[in-house]
Structures are given as structure tokens and as C-alpha cells.
Design a protein around this ligand. Structure first.
Ligand code: ATP
Ligand code: MG
Length: 214
């Protein structure tokens, strides 16, 4: 049995065509089903529906053979025990530094001020500012980072941005790119060795589907 770990929402939607290209069709729609384990047309393939940030953990420990996770999540996880063979080019966005419209980020850096940063991505943010030689105080949040600078919790947020609509709606502006984000296929290294006969064709179908996408 091959188990594939997926999260609901954006990633699932954009993954459906890739699964179809590999001849895998879910028996139920996870958006409407409450089931956490979803069968497919293939008796030897099942899907498990987990929180986006939990995908690397399931694959790392071999509870899932394959998974699909954002680079944001993989960078935070660290990628231990995971083989990351394919950039699926889905769920694309950017990790950005953003501040209040009226905050001069670059002047603040020049003055050597110690900035307060709120983010869900503590490891990514720490590495970004350390590489710039900046000293920051990191505060972990689990959601709605945009609120932080508006109520004085922080000067800066580090978060995913796609259109910038949420930033604008909250009088924030992006000031620096941390990195480009897309979703990646992750594979448990041991199960790849053990089940290459089943996993390699799935990887090949994904690769071909991505290459033929316009
Ligand atoms: P939850 O919403 O349940 O707290 P989550 O925020 O981790 O969990 P999603 O918002 O569905 O889950 O995000 C899942 C993945 O989709 C992220 O890890 C990221 O890789 C990608 N993603 C998030 N926001 C965007 C966006 N605005 N545009 C494109 N991709 C995004
Ligand atoms: Mg979310």
C-alpha cells in the first residue's frame, strides 16, 4: 500500500490533476468528506488528509510514503529523512517581510534598531535576518500575522504573500523578499528504496504532467 499525505484546500485542488496524470483518482472529495483516510481507484494507493504543516512529519516517520508540502513548511521542518525530488510548481507565492505603510524599514535597519518580528515561520525568519546581520526579536504566531504591527506587537511580519491584497487591506506593505515558495513532492527515503517500483511511476507521471503544462 502506498500512502500519500496531502492537505486540504489549495494544495489538494492543485494536486488533483497531478494525481489524475498518475492514474490516481480519490474516491471522495476531502473538502466535503470528514474522512482522514481516503481510498482511490487504485487498491494499492490511499490518501491521508493532514494539516499542511504536518505533511513532512508523516513522511519523515514513514506513516506516509509520499507527501506534498509547501517549501515554507519544508524549510521550517528542516527536511530530515525526506527526499525532495520534484518542484511541482503549484501553490506559488513568496515569503516576504512586510511592515506598516508608515514604517520606514530601511531607515530602521540603518539606525541599528532591534526589530520585533511576528511570524509563523520562526526558523526561516531567524535565518533570513541572521544572514543580513540583523538582530531581531522573534515572536511566534499561528495565524493572522498582519495584525501584529497594527496593535504594536511587532514592527515586522514575515509571511506568505501572493496578490498582496491582505497586506493592502491592513495598511501593510511588503519591503523585502525572503524567497520564492511552491509546493514540493516529498518522499520517505526508506520507502523509496523499498517500493521504487510503485513510487517511481508516480514521480515520473508528476514530472511529465508538469512538463506538459502550459
Ligand atoms: P491553516 O490554514 O489550516 O492554518 P495553512 O495556512 O498551513 O493551514 P494553507 O493556507 O492551505 O494551510 O496553506 C498551505 C500551503 O499553501 C502553504 O504551506 C503554502 O505553501 C501554500 N500557500 C499558502 N498561502 C498561499 C498563497 N497565498 N498563495 C499560494 N500558495 C499559498
Ligand atoms: Mg492558511
Amino acid at each position: 500500500m502506498i500512502t500519500i499525505a496531502l492537505s486540504k484546500g489549495r494544495i489538494f485542488e492543485e494536486t488533483t490533476p497531478l494525481l489524475a496524470a498518475a492514474g490516481i483518482h480519490p474516491a471522495e472529495d476531502p473538502e466535503s468528506s470528514r474522512k482522514l483516510i481516503i481510498g482511490t481507484n487504485r487498491e494499492d494507493v490511499r490518501l491521508i488528509i493532514v494539516r499542511a504543516s504536518d505533511v513532512p512529519t508523516y513522511v519523515q516517520y514513514g506513516a506516509a510514503d509520499l507527501g506534498i508540502a509547501g517549501k515554507d513548511v519544508l524549510d521550517e521542518h528542516g527536511g530530515d529523512g525526506l527526499y525532495q525530488p520534484i518542484d511541482l510548481q503549484i501553490a506559488k507565492c513568496k515569503m516576504m517581510v512586510a511592515v506598516r505603510e508608515d514604517f520606514d524599514y530601511f531607515a530602521s535597519i540603518r539606525s541599528g534598531a532591534r526589530l520585533k518580528v511576528v511570524t509563523k515561520y520562526v526558523k526561516t525568519a531567524r535565518e533570513h535576518f541572521a544572514a543580513k546581520g540583523m538582530h531581531v526579536d522573534l515572536i511566534k504566531l499561528y495565524g493572522s500575522m498582519e495584525l501584529g504591527p497594527l496593535v504594536g506587537l511587532a514592527d515586522v511580519i514575515v509571511d506568505l504573500v501572493s496578490t498582496g491584497g491582505t497586506l493592502r487591506a491592513n495598511n501593510l506593505k511588503a519591503v523585502e523578499e525572503v524567497g520564492e515558495i511552491s509546493s514540493r513532492l516529498v518522499v520517505n527515503q526508506a520507502s523509496l528504496k523499498l517500493n521504487r517500483g510503485k513510487i517511481q511511476p508516480i514521480m515520473d507521471a508528476f514530472t511529465n504532467a508538469i512538463a506538459s503544462r502550459t
